[in-house]
Design a protein around this ligand. Structure first.
Ligand SMILES: [Zn+2]
Length: 145
């Protein structure tokens, strides 16, 4: 949760104007993940309802897809690259981006061998190497140099 948001805004202000770079980056990551997810779902919906005027020129479904496409293209996201972005970061980070308990997709990390494992059902306490497993943190997702 970001606490820098102003409760009331004057005309011309946005909720983002006073946020720190760290908070803005967090929101960019969260919004990218959300747009990417919604984009996929809207494409599936369009595929099942192709004749709906919602998808015609000027239709709100078509416009929503065009908006999402533009956001995803701005970060250089072709379909192939989108998969690489997912595997390099979002696969592991999505559980850290959201607060809702239904979105608890945290991964576990082994401090002994650095393996990351999805927390499915009852989380495992011990890695296959014998090392202890703990929930993933943002520090685990920092770029390795
Ligand atoms: Zn291990």
């Amino acid at each position: 949760m970001i606490h820098g948001f102003k409760r009331f805004l004057k005309f011309g202000q946005t909720p983002f104007d006073t946020l720190t770079k760290k908070d803005l980056l967090f929101l960019c990551k969260k919004y990218y993940d959300t747009i990417n997810t919604l984009h996929s779902i809207v494409l599936m919906h369009r595929g099942r309802n192709k004749d709906d005027p919602y998808w015609n020129e000027g239709g709100s479904g078509r416009q929503a897809l065009l908006q999402a496409d533009e956001c995803l293209v701005e970060v250089g996201t072709s379909d192939e690259r989108r998969d690489a972005i997912y595997r390099s970061f979002y696969r592991y980070a999505s559980g850290l981006l959201y607060q809702h308990p239904e979105l608890d997709r945290h991964w576990m990390v082994c401090d002994k061998c650095s393996s990351m494992m999805a927390k499915l059902g009852t989380p495992m306490q011990v890695c296959i190497c014998g090392g202890p497993l703990r929930p993933i943190t943002w520090d685990d997702l920092k770029e390795k140099r």
